[in-house]
Write a protein that binds this ligand. Sequence first.
Ligand code: ADP
Length: 501
Amino acid sequence: MTTATLDVHPGVQAFLDGGTKRLLIGGQWVDAASGKTFETKNPATGETLATVAEGDKADIDAAVAAARKAFEKGPWKKMTPSERGQLLYKIADVIEAHKDELAQLEVLDNGKTIREASSGDLPLSVDLFRYYSGWPTKIHGETTPVSVPYYPGGKFMHYTVKEALGVVGAIIPWNFPLLMACERIAPILACGNTIVLKPAEQTPLSLLRLGELLLEAGVPEGVVNIVPGFGPTAGAALAEHMDVDKVTFTGSTEVGRSVMRAAAGNLKGVSLELGGKSPNIVFDDADMAQAAKGMFMGIFYNQGQTCSSGSRVFVQKKFFDQAVESLATFAKKTVPGPGLHPKAKMGPLVSEEQMNRVLGYIETGKKEGATLVCGGNRVGDGGYFVEPTVFTDVKDDMTIAKEEIFGPVVAMMPFEDEEEVLARANNSVYGLVAGVWTQDIKKALRMAQGLKAGVVWLNCYQFVDAAAPWGGYKQSGNGREKGPQAIDEYTQTKSVWVDLN
Ligand code: ADP
């Protein structure tokens, strides 16, 4: 395992040395009402990185009250759309100016590699604010030619207005903490809402630093509130809050269900980005070198801790053995190491709990009769490293082919033809993403039509962009984040009638 790591950025060191991290409520950094704290760990070492105030219901209540106040009166409400856009652009600049520091903080708290944080999480976070900075001046309604059949000869004018929802609650996962938060904050603010954000308990640090930067950029008090805490306490309190107008959640399907139930109290809107068991399908007419990279990226990016991981790789029979060998060769060469090593290609899993969950799935795979081609073990005993793991002889009804593992574990399965693989790919309760590798354009487009997934990648994998909508079919969620669709998620339509008679 590689051990020499980058020097810790002075900004990160100052942040970590700055004592207990507090909650951001109404523009102020405050302790939790209970006085409780929790520790966040570096998954590469298991050591404590920082102590963080532990928000609970009382803190969520205070944060929602601050967000409501900022929404109803004060500078935020008075800002013109153009000013809101300029503020979003400024936030992008401030994040960009601190990109190295934020990338390192993310690596330390989450475990991901500095290469991925610097080339993926950070530029995308910046770009989300740039993309949505153009939106406030373009969120408009329509004039509608109404007829009113029960009022013959009547003359009316009708128009629609797209208005902000009010207070939005955002429950953020630990796999891309900063990126997922920016993906929510940017459109939510572009539409004129205010927000209460609940970071994942495993990874609160980059969002707390982001909170400082948002204040520095000039976000008025109460517009963005950040309350770290645990899911069943702070998270549930936010989801069920009677004065929150919408809740947006990314995480497991199981918790997504409970968020949806909690939202029923005041019938708040819900958008859910949940799990996946995504098919990555390689036909025998694919560019095999590209497909091999795509299979690797698809499953091992972020240690396999992505909702979009291509964890079911289907390869057409002729090339199956070759594909297994090529993925296993890549996997064996990829020894996980601390994410802060400049050349690390894979870091640790986010927590001991997650590591044990993934190792448990590997054991289940073996017990149910799948063949372990490579990997399968923990690496070292300090951090939470798991070897990239490849299984073959996997049947569609085995646990490792059905359940989301959220780790570096792939099930490789051969198939005969297009019809068979389409049916098997769609045979899942999930439908988040799918990948297809073929040089036959008609076949690629037929597959894109047939796959029941919210995102389809043809001859590529793991591509995302601020402008491209993201979300799942079936139990992978509802609603769409990113792109123009997120503007619809965070606005509501008012219908205005004018009597001209
Ligand atoms: P994982 O199982 O991979 O840790 P979760 O779905 O549990 O993912 O967590 C995603 C986010 O949801 C985290 O911010 C977590 O604190 C939060 N969360 C967990 N349980 C609940 C709950 N019952 N209500 C609301 N939020 C929750």
